[in-house]
Design a protein around this ligand. Structure first.
Ligand code: ATP
Ligand code: MG
Length: 506
C-alpha cells in the first residue's frame, strides 16, 4: 500500500491526539483510500475477519483483509458516500441477516432488507452469514427423496433431502427452469425453499417471483436477490445469507431446499473483489481460495441426525458453462464439491428434448438410496437403455438393413426419449412418474407413433385414476410393486390401450 508522507504525518498526529484513549483508538480507524467498493482503513489493529464496520452516512463494510498496518474492507453500500480521512468504527459483530418465519414469502437483499414493498421484515433473531458446517457426527446419510416432479431427474438422477446436486449447462439450456420446477413441486410437501438470485437481471427475478406467486408457492419460499447492478460484495455474500436463512429452519428440524442461481456469477464477483483487495490472482485470474469459498458454502447443506433435530438442507447450485466446457476451473471445482450433477446440453435443448438432461454425463452419487422402491423397480435399467439407444442410433444412420434386435432397441429408445420430455412449470407426482415408467418398461407404448406417446400417457394416467383407483392407491401407499399389483396394473394399462386405440379407430 502506498501511503504518502503527508497522510502518515496526519495519521501520527491523530494517534497522538488519541493517546490517552488507547482502547478506543483500537476500535476507531481512518480511511486511507476508497474506490471500486473497497476501502483501506488504518488503525483497526483488533478488527476481526468478516467483522462489520460502520462508515459515515450509514454505510457498512466487511473486513476481508487483515494486513500488518491496515485492513482491507469491502463496502456494502455506495462508496461515493465515503472519502479519505473518514472515521470508521468497529461493531464487534460479524455480518448477520434476519432469520425465521417472517422471511417466508418475502423478497430480500443479501442483507435481509425487503425488496418487495411489503413493509419491514418481522424477525426476532439474526444469524451470522458465515458459520462452520455441521460435523460428521451430527449428520445422517440421505434417506428421503426430494421430489423434483421431473420424470428424467426423479428416475435417473434422484435427489435426496440433504444432498447437494449441481445443475450445470450452457446459457439458455433450462437450468433455472429445473430449479424453479423443483421449488413448485415442494408445494404441500413440507419443504421450505430459498431461491438465491446472484447477478441476474431484476426483470428475470421478477418473472420468477411472478411465476411462483401464480403457482401459489410464496407461502413457503424466500427469495434473496443480489442483482447484476449491485456491488460485488453484495453478490459475494448473497449465497451465505441465503444459507443462514435456511440453517435456521434446518435447526428447527425442518427440511429446506436452497437454490444458488448461479455460482458462476458468484465466482466472478468474488474474483472482482479479490483483485480490488490486491489478492494475488491464480488460475483464470480467480483467487487461490475460490475452491474454499464454494466448499465452505456447500458443506453447510446436509441432513442432520435425529439427535440434532433431523432437519436438512438440500442445495441445488447452478453453474453456467461456456460451450459445454465442464473442465473449466469453476465447473470442475463445484462438480467435485457436490454429490452429483445434472448436465444440460444445448444440442438436446434445440432438438426439442426438454429438459435437456444428458443422461450419460449426469449422476447422483447418493440420491438412489433415497429413491422409493417402486421407482427403483421401474427405473433401474433406464440409463443403460438410453445409452444403448444412442449408441445404436449412430449405426442406424449408416445402413438401412438392421436386425430385428437393433430395430427393437431403436423404437423403444425413441419412445422412452419422447416420454421423458416435459414442459417447464409442470412437475408431476412421483406415483404418476412411476406408472409412466412402468408402462414404458413393459413396452406398452412401443407400437405407438412418436407424437402419440405423451397424449397416450396423459390419458392413461387419468383413466387409471378412475378405473383402477385401487391399484394406484395401493401403489401410493406401499411405494413398491409386488406380483399382484404389477399384474393388476399391467391389466389396467392393456385395457386402457384397447379403449385408446378403439377411440382412434384402430
Ligand atoms: P440462463 O443461462 O439465461 O440463466 P437457463 O439455462 O437458466 O438460462 P431457463 O431460463 O430455465 O434457462 O430456460 C430458457 C428458456 O427455455 C426459457 O424460455 C424457458 O421457458 C425454456 N424452457 C426451459 N425448460 C423448458 C422445458 N422443459 N420445456 C420447454 N421450454 C423450456
Ligand atoms: Mg437461468
Amino acid at each position: 500500500m502506498n501511503i504518502n508522507p503527508g497522510e502518515i504525518s496526519a495519521l501520527i498526529k491523530e494517534q497522538i491526539k488519541n493517546f490517552s484513549g488507547e482502547i478506543e483508538s483500537n476500535d476507531v480507524g481512518t480511511v486511507i483510500s476508497v474506490g471500486d467498493g473497497v476501502a483501506t482503513v488504518y488503525g483497526l489493529e483488533n478488527a476481526m475477519l468478516s467483522e462489520l464496520l460502520i462508515f459515515p452516512n450509514d454505510v457498512y463494510g466487511m473486513v476481508m483483509n487483515l494486513n500488518r498496518d491496515d485492513v482491507g474492507v469491502v463496502l456494502l453500500g455506495r462508496d461515493t458516500l465515503i472519502k479519505e480521512g473518514d472515521t470508521v468504527k468497529r461493531t464487534h459483530k460479524v455480518v448477520e441477516v434476519p432469520v425465521g418465519d417472517g422471511l417466508i414469502g418475502r423478497v430480500v437483499t443479501s442483507l435481509g432488507q425487503p425488496l418487495d414493498g411489503l413493509g419491514p421484515i418481522s424477525y426476532a433473531k439474526t444469524r451470522p452469514i458465515e458459520r462452520i458446517a455441521p460435523g460428521v457426527m451430527t449428520r445422517k446419510s440421505v434417506d428421503t427423496p426430494l421430489e423434483t416432479g421431473i420424470k428424467s431427474i426423479d428416475s435417473m438422477i434422484p435427489i435426496g433431502r440433504g444432498q447437494r446436486e449441481l445443475i450445470i449447462g450452457d446459457r439458455q439450456t433450462g437450468k433455472t427452469s429445473i430449479a424453479i420446477d423443483t421449488i413448485i413441486n415442494q408445494k404441500g410437501k413440507g419443504v421450505k425453499c430459498v431461491y438465491v438470485a446472484i447477478g441476474q437481471k431484476n426483470s428475470s427475478v421478477a418473472s420468477i417471483v411472478g411465476r411462483l406467486k401464480e403457482k401459489g408457492c410464496m407461502d413457503y419460499v424466500t427469495v434473496v436477490n443480489a442483482n447484476a447492478s449491485e456491488s460485488a460484495p453484495l453478490l459475494y455474500i448473497a449465497p451465505f445469507s441465503g444459507m443462514a436463512i435456511a440453517e435456521e429452519w434446518m435447526e428447527k428440524g425442518e427440511d429446506v431446499l436452497i437454490v444458488f442461481d448461479d455460482l458462476s456469477k458468484h465466482a466472478v464477483s468474488y474474483r472482482a473483489l479479490s483483485l480490488l483487495l490486491k489478492r494475488s490472482p491464480g488460475r483464470e485470474a480467480y483467487p487461490g481460495d475460490i475452491f474454499y469459498l464454494h466448499s465452505r458454502l456447500l458443506e453447510r447443506a446436509c441432513k442432520l441426525s435425529p439427535k440434532y433435530g433431523g432437519g436438512s438442507i438440500t442445495a441445488l447450485p447452478i453453474i453456467e458453462t461456456q460451450a459445454g466446457d465442464i473442465s473449466a476451473y469453476i465447473p470442475t471445482n463445484v462438480i467435485s464439491i457436490t454429490d452429483g450433477q445434472i448436465f444440460l446440453v444445448t444440442d438436446l435443448f434445440t432438438e426439442g428434448q426438454r429438459p435437456a438432461v444428458d443422461s450419460g454425463f449426469s449422476v447422483s452419487r447418493v440420491g438412489s438410496s433415497a429413491q422409493i422402491k417402486a421407482m427403483k423397480q421401474v427405473a433401474s435399467s433406464l440409463k443403460i437403455e438410453l445409452a444403448n439407444y444412442r449408441e445404436n442410433l449412430s449405426f442406424a444412420q449408416f445402413g438401412s438393413d438392421l436386425d430385428s434386435e437393433t430395430k427393437k432397441i431403436l423404437t423403444h429408445g425413441a419412445i422412452v426419449t419422447e416420454a421423458l420430455k416435459q414442459p417447464n412449470f409442470s412437475p408431476i407426482p412421483m406415483i404418476e412418474e412411476v406408472v409412466i415408467l412402468f408402462a414404458l418398461k413393459y413396452g406398452y407404448l412401443d407400437d405407438l407413433e412418436i407424437e402419440e406417446v405423451n397424449p397416450f400417457l396423459d390419458e392413461m394416467w387419468e383413466w387409471l385414476n378412475t378405473s383402477k383407483k385401487d391399484a394406484i392407491d395401493k401403489l401410493s401407499e406401499n411405494k413398491k410393486f409386488d406380483d399382484g399389483l404389477s399384474d393388476e396394473l399391467k391389466e389396467g394399462i392393456a385395457q386402457f390401450k384397447k379403449v385408446y386405440l378403439a377411440k382412434r379407430g384402430k
